[in-house]
Design a protein around this ligand. Structure first.
Ligand SMILES: [Zn+2]
Length: 674
C-alpha cells in the first residue's frame, strides 16, 4: 500500500516532464493530413492521408496506428522497469517476483537446453492412458493444474441474472484457429490456413520426437475433432445475444444431457470445493456434441488431441524451434514479417500474469495523479450531457427514459489503476524455471477464479492492467474503466485544448457509456442484471434504428471484397456513434466549444473531428485485416472514423459537406439514436 502513496510524488515529477514536452506538441499536424482529398469524400484520408502514405507497419507488427504506437511506448516503459527489477531483486518483494519472472523468460540458454523436456512427462502419461475414462480423468487433471484446457471452457463469473452472486459458467471451446469459419469454409484463404495449421501440428509432434508420417497423420485426427467442435460452436454474431447464452442447469440436469460427463465427479476433480446447485451453460448443444464425440471418436485419437493441447499451450515458452514453429503459424494467419523481440514477448507476459505487481511499478513512475481528477471532470460532463440527451429523445417513452437515466447515473468509474492491488499470495517465481513460472501463474489465476464461488462479489477488480492502451465497459458491474495507458496523446493531454481532449478521450468515455445502451448492454439493468427494462414499443424503436446502423456498416468493404459484418460490429458502431455525439455536445459546453477561435488554422469543431479521425489512423497488413474482419467486433479504423461522421449534422457544417460528396447523406437519412 505504501507504494501507492509514493506514486503521488513520482507522478508529480512526471507532470513536469509531460508539460515541457507538450509545449512543442502540435496536436493537429497538417503534415499528416492529405489536403488534396475533399473532407466530405473521405474524411479519414483527408485527416490522415500523408501519415498513412509515410508510415509503414514495422516488421514485427501486424498493424500500426495511434493505439499501437502508445502500446509500444507502454511496452518500452515496462522493459525499463523489468530490466531494473531483474537487476535489483533485493529491493522488495514486488521487484523480486517480476524481476525473477522476466529474467527466467530472458534466459534463453536454460530454455534452449531443456528442449521439450518440460512437457515430456505429460506427453508420456497421455501415451499410457488405457481407456476413455482415463482420458477424461487426465483431461480434468490438465485443467486443474493449468497445463491445458481442452474441449470446453469452465470458470466462475457473476451470475448474469443475479449479479450479487458468483456462478460456474461453461462455454464452448476446444479449437485452435481464431474462428469457427476457418474450419468450416471452403474459400481459398480458409483452406490455405487449414493447410498451414496441419503443417504446424505435424511440426510440433515431430519436434517432440515423432516420425514425420505419424506426425502428419496426427494433424488429420486433430483437425477432424476440432472441425466437429467448430461445427457445434455458435457464431460470434449468435453469441451477441446474452439471453440465448443464459441456460441454467443443475448438476444432474447437465449430466442428463451429457451422460459421458458426470459433473458430480468432474467438479471436485477440477478443484471446486463449494457445493454447487446450478451452472450456466452458454451453448448446451455444444456440450451435447462434445458428449457424442466422446463416444464416437476412438481412444487413440483422443490421446493425440490431449497431447496436442499440451504442446500448443507450451510452445511459446519452450526452446527456439518450438517458438519459431509457433511464429510461422501465426505468420500465416497475420502476415507478421518478423518475430516480436523476446523482451517484448516477455514484458507483455509479465504484464498479463502479474499485472497488479508490475502495474504498481508502472503507475509509480508514469502515472500523474492529476489526470484522475481531470478525467473525473470529463466523465461528469459527459454524463450530464448524456442525461440531457436521453430526456430529449423523441422515440423513447418517459417510463423507459427513467430507467435509462437510473442506469446512466449508476455507472461506476475506474480511472488509472485499481484501488486495491492483488498481491498473488503464495505465488513463487524461480529464475531458472520459465515454463514452471508460467504454469504457477496460470495456476494462481485458476485457483483465484474458482475460489470466488460462494464469496461476495469483488467490485475492486479490474479487467485490464494499468499500462494497457484501451478502456472498457462491464455490463454486469455497470462500470466504465480507463487504464493509465490510454490517458496520453492523441487521447488526452493536460496541455491540449478541449477540442483535442473531447475528440479523443471524451469520445472514448462516451463510447464506453454508450456500451451500456448498445444492442447487448441495453439488456442489462442499473444493477447489472440481465433483465429487460424496456417497453416493447421502445425496444422496437431502438431495433429499427440499430438495424439502420447494421445496414450502413454492412456496405463497407476492405481488400476489395471482404465486407464489414454489420451485426458483429453493431455494439461498437453504436458506441462510436453515441459516444462521438455525446462528446461533441459536451465539448460545445466548454469555452472553446462556444468560440470560433482558430488554432493552427482550424476551428474548434474542425479540431474536434480531426482528432477523432486521428485516433483511428492505422496501417494494417492484409492478412491481419482479413482475420480481424472475421474475429474483431470493432470496424476497421477508416470506418470507425467516417461511419459516425456521416450521421452527424455538426460534421457537415464544420467541413461544408455537400450533396455529391461521397460521405454525404440527406438529413432525413442520418441515423440518430442516443
Ligand atoms: Zn467498445
Amino acid at each position: 500500500m505504501t507504494r501507492i502513496v509514493k506514486c503521488i510524488v513520482a507522478a508529480g515529477l512526471m507532470l513536469a516532464v509531460i508539460t515541457t514536452n507538450a509545449q512543442t506538441t502540435k496536436f493537429i499536424d497538417v503534415a499528416n493530413m492529405d489536403l488534396s482529398v475533399k473532407p466530405g469524400d473521405n474524411f479519414y484520408l483527408y485527416a490522415n492521408g500523408n501519415w498513412i502514405k509515410n508510415t509503414p507497419v514495422p516488421a514485427s507488427k501486424t498493424r500500426w496506428g495511434s493505439f499501437d504506437a502508445l502500446g509500444e511506448e507502454s511496452s518500452q516503459a515496462l522493459k525499463g522497469l523489468l530490466e531494473d527489477a531483474a537487476k535489483n531483486p533485493g529491493e522488495n518483494d514486488i521487484m523480486k517476483r517480476v524481476g525473477d519472472f522476466y529474467a527466467s523468460g530472458m534466459d534463453s540458454i536454460t530454455i534452449e537446453k531443456l528442449g521439450y523436456q518440460p512437457i515430456k512427462p505429460y506427453l508420456d502419461a497421455i501415451k499410457d492412458l488405457a481407456s476413455k475414462a482415463q482420458v477424461l480423468t487426465y483431461l480434468n487433471y490438465l485443467r486443474a493444474n493449468s497445463i491445458s484446457s481442452p474441449l470446453y471452457r469452465i470458470g466462475v463469473g457473476q451470475d448474469a441474472k443475479n449479479v450479487t452472486q458468483y456462478i460456474i459458467n461453461i462455454g464452448q471451446g476446444g479449437t485452435t484457429l481464431p474462428d469457427r469459419d476457418y474450419y468450416l469454409k471452403s474459400d481459398a484463404r480458409s483452406s490455405k490456413i487449414r493447410t498451414e495449421y496441419a503443417a504446424y501440428i505435424a511440426k510440433l509432434f515431430s519436434l517432440c520426437g515423432l516420425e514425420e508420417y505419424r506426425a502428419l497423420a496426427n494433424s488429420f485426427s486433430i483437425i477432424h475433432i476440432e472441425t466437429a467442435l467448430a461445427n457445434a460452436q455458435m457464431s460470434r454474431v449468435e453469441m451477441r445475444n446474452p439471453e440465448k447464452l443464459y441456460n441454467k442447469f443443475s448438476i444432474a440436469g447437465l449430466t442428463a444431457i451429457t451422460p459421458n460427463l458426470n459433473w458430480q465427479d468432474i467438479l471436485p476433480q477440477l478443484g471446486y470445493k463449494t457445493k454447487v446447485d446450478n451452472m450456466v451453460v452458454s451453448n448446451p448443444n455444444f456440450m451435447k456434441v462434445v458428449d457424442s464425440l466422446l463416444s464416437a471418436v476412438p481412444l487413440e485419437d483422443w490421446k493425440i488431441y490431449l497431447q496436442w493441447n499440451v504442446m500448443k499451450d507450451a510452445a511459446p515458452y519452450l526452446s527456439s524451434d518450438f517458438v519459431k514453429a509457433n511464429f510461422l503459424f501465426n505468420q500465416a494467419l497475420s502476415g507478421q514479417k518478423q518475430q516480436t523481440p523476446r523482451w517484448q514477448r516477455m514484458s507483455s507476459l509479465v504484464d498479463r500474469q502479474l499485472g497488479d505487481l508490475l502495474g504498481q511499478l508502472y503507475v509509480d513512475k508514469y502515472f500523474n495523479q492529476a489526470a484522475k481528477v481531470r478525467m473525473l471532470e470529463l466523465v461528469k460532463n459527459l454524463e450530464q450531457t448524456f442525461d440531457n440527451r436521453i430526456r430529449k429523445l423523441d422515440w423513447m417513452s418517459t417510463e423507459t427514459k427513467q430507467r435509462a437515466l437510473a442506469k446512466l447515473h449508476a455507472f461506476v468509474e475506474k480511472i488509472g489503476f485499481p484501488d486495491k492491488w492483488k498481491n498473488y499470495d503464495g505465488l513463487v517465481m524461480k529464475r531458472d524455471d520459465f515454463l514452471g513460472n508460467v504454469r504457477r501463474c496460470n495456476q494462481w489465476h485458476y485457483n483465484y477464479n474458482i475460489n470466488k464461488l460462494g464469496k461476495p462479489i469483488d467490485k475492486t477488480e479490474w479487467g485490464m492492467t494499468p499500462p494497457t492502451v484501451n478502456a472498457y465497459y462491464s455490463p454486469q458491474k455497470n462500470e466504465i474503466v480507463f487504464p493509465a495507458g490510454i490517458l496520453r496523446l492523441p487521447f488526452f493531454d493536460f496541455k491540449a485544448d478541449d477540442a483535442i481532449n473531447y475528440g479523443g478521450i471524451g469520445a472514448v468515455i462516451g463510447h464506453e457509456m454508450t456500451h451500456g445502451f448498445d444492442d447487448q448492454g441495453r439488456q442489462f439493468d442499473a444493477d447489472g442484471n440481465l433483465n429487460d427494462w424496456w417497453t416493447k414499443a421502445d425496444a422496437d424503436e431502438f431495433k429499427k434504428r440499430a438495424d439502420e446502423v447494421v445496414k450502413q456498416y454492412d456496405a463497407y468493404t476492405i481488400l476489395d471484397t471482404l465486407h464489414v459484418n454489420g451485426r458483429l460490429t453493431l455494439g461498437e458502431n453504436l458506441a462510436d456513434l453515441g459516444g462521438l455525439s455525446i462528446a461533441y455536445e459536451a465539448f460545445k459546453n466548454t469555452k472553446e466549444g462556444k468560440s470560433n477561435k482558430k488554432i493552427d488554422g482550424f476551428t474548434p469543431d474542425q479540431r474536434f473531428f480531426l482528432n477523432w479521425s486521428q485516433i483511428w489512423r492505422n496501417n494494417i497488413l492484409p492478412e491481419a485485416a482479413a482475420q480481424r474482419i472475421l474475429t474483431d467486433n470493432h470496424s476497421p479504423g477508416m470506418y470507425r472514423s467516417n461511419g459516425p461522421l456521416t450521421n452527424m449534422d455538426a460534421f457537415y457544417k464544420a467541413f461544408n459537406v455537400k450533396p455529391g460528396d461521397a460521405m454525404y447523406k440527406a438529413p432525413d437519412k442520418r441515423i440518430k439514436i442516443w
